[in-house]
Design a binder for this molecule. Structure first.
Ligand code: MRU
Length: 390
């Protein structure tokens, strides 16, 4: 997607140095657009753990590139033989997997890279296979997000058509109805490689000339909505309004939300959805107000081994500081500052994700189409995954 009119992805191989990967440092957005080089395993660990990169699909792609860069590092160690290389790469895999627990894309990408590398006869060949796998995972994510956009577009078109047929209530302008979509956190191109998941249908509808407006949950404590979703919607010219997290339910009661679209970090085979903390509360409000609640799910974010999300999905707990402090731009100094919100003696808990049970999800928007949030629906679209042992 574009930033200042120039097309960007969120991660790419350094154009002049095949031993380095470049990313957009999302911690500084929207106030600073900085590109960072990742050259070591430690760089990738920090980039994922400290959220220079975040969002399930991007975490997966970054982990795959991390395996490649680490393979270069290990191969360069003195007297590195095949056996040592494999042992070291297993350690590398464990370290990358340990960076963040909830987004299944991370383990999926690391395991896929290691099993692809195993086909290599030499260290050099295994390293080349690691890079090839990182590229494949990255290109698949772009294609899946684009497909999710097209399948989700039809849902927005249906709502638009229904609103067109309905007589215009007073106060709604003559230009025809707007489709008001609420989203939580950032499941946009910044969380993926391009297009986004939850935002892909929104961009597709906007580009098709359907009037859309997005209610953007700020998404405390790290404000991915206020800082990242608002940034990318503004860059694409999509009308949007940032709201405090507790506002969505009220807007639904007032009939000002036509649908909710969110992303997912891990969805189980029965359709239970883990996503940014606060998503479950939006699903409850949507159910109470008859507002359709959709989840955009690339198959790389489905964990076919799991059923009961609340019991089986590991939920990350992050540093209390993220709740006790908030960062933003000091407009006087132009610096991004962190300031304390809470009394210094008050402890804080920081659950990063929650689980929305399938019963509250209207449908899953996958790269293969839209299905009900349940095993039958997912198996109909992904029959080959039926046999994945639980
Ligand atoms: O903590 P984050 O910013 O990595 O959380 C991101 C989310 O919860 C996204 O909604 C999810 O990863 C889907 S991204 C397409």
């Amino acid at each position: 997607m574009n930033v200042n009119g120039k097309h960007y992805r969120t991660i790419w191989l350094h154009p002049d140095d095949e031993a380095a990967v470049q990313i957009i440092d999302q911690r500084l957005l929207p106030h600073r657009f900085a590109i960072v080089d990742l050259r070591t395993l430690e760089d990738f660990e920090a980039a994922i753990q400290d959220m220079y990169v975040r969002g399930a699909p991007l975490i997966g792609s970054a982990a795959a590139y991390g395996i490649y860069v680490a393979a270069l590092q290990v191969a360069a160690m003195p007297h590195c033989e095949a056996k040592t290389f494999e042992e070291k790469m297993r350690e590398v895999a464990a370290r990358l997997k340990a960076t963040r627990p909830t987004a299944v894309n991370l383990a999926y990408a690391v395991d896929r890279a290691l099993s692809a590398m195993a086909a290599g006869k030499t260290i050099a060949e295994q390293t080349r296979l690691a890079l090839q796998t990182a590229h494949e995972i990255t290109e698949e994510s772009v294609a899946h997000c684009h497909a999710i956009g097209q399948h989700g577009l039809r849902l927005i078109e249906e709502i638009y058509q229904r609103k067109l047929e309905r007589p215009t209530p007073s106060g709604e302008h003559r230009m025809g109805p707007t489709v008001n979509i609420l989203t939580h956190c950032n499941a946009g191109w910044l969380a993926c490689i391009d297009h986004g998941t939850a935002t892909a249908p929104i961009y597709a509808a906007h580009d098709r000339g359907i009037p859309v407006h997005v209610w953007v949950d700020e998404t405390r404590p790290r404000n991915q909505g206020a800082s990242l979703t608002a940034f990318e919607l503004a860059e694409h010219g999509v009308p949007h309004t940032v709201i405090a997290d507790n506002t969505g339910g009220h807007l639904m009661q007032l009939g000002l939300v036509d649908m909710v679209i969110v992303g997912t970090d891990r969805t189980t085979r029965i359709g239970d959805v883990a996503n940014k903390i606060g998503t479950y509360l939006k699903a409850l409000a949507a159910a109470d107000n008859g507002v359709p609640f959709y989840v955009a799910v690339p198959s790389s974010s489905i964990d076919w081994r799991l059923r009961n999300g609340l019991v089986e999905i590991p939920i990350e707990q992050r540093d209390a500081r993220e709740v006790q402090f908030i960062s933003g731009l000091d407009e006087k100094t132009g610096e991004v500052q962190e300031v304390r919100l809470t009394p210094s003696g008050s402890p804080a808990a920081n659950y990063a994700f929650d689980v929305t049970p399938a019963r509250l999800v209207t449908g899953l928007i996958t790269e293969r189409g839209v299905c009900e949030a349940g095993e039958a629906g997912l198996m109909a679209l992904f029959p080959e995954c039926g046999g994945v042992d639980e």
